[in-house]
Design a protein around this ligand. Sequence first.
Ligand code: 5GP
Length: 135
Amino acid sequence: MTIFSRIIAGEIPCHRVYEDEHVLAFLDIGPLSDGHLLVIPKEAKAQIHELSDESAAAIGRVLPRLARAVMQATGATAYNILQNNGAMAHQAVMHVHFHIIPRIGTSGLGVGWNAGKLEGARAADLVSRMKGALG
Ligand code: 5GP
């Protein structure tokens, strides 16, 4: 059981912004900027590829609404949505969560973006493999 399951259960307090049958949103305890919000499914899955369609749809339905609320509350006009999967990808809490992180001046998400170059043969191979995986 993760700390987020305990927050959902009400065993640990949080600054709750939104709740419905499938989703909970609350302020991050260690904000990267003012208004940093966490949006989580109530379904206890560690990573997004494990999530049920129902939970995924419920999150997708409210994310834009929550982003609007964050922008309106903070005055931010730019923000990042971040969703980490796996310790190697900076995931610390093993319960699916989306960060909504306002960019306010220099505060917000620092992004490293070491872009490569897409090569034709590799692209074709990847598309073929991904289509195969999708079935
Ligand atoms: P991750 O690196 O796993 O994507 O981010 C986990 C986030 O959860 C961090 O930003 C951290 O500050 C936040 N967090 C961890 N424990 C708690 C908690 O008990 N309450 C709240 N509100 N946020 C938490």
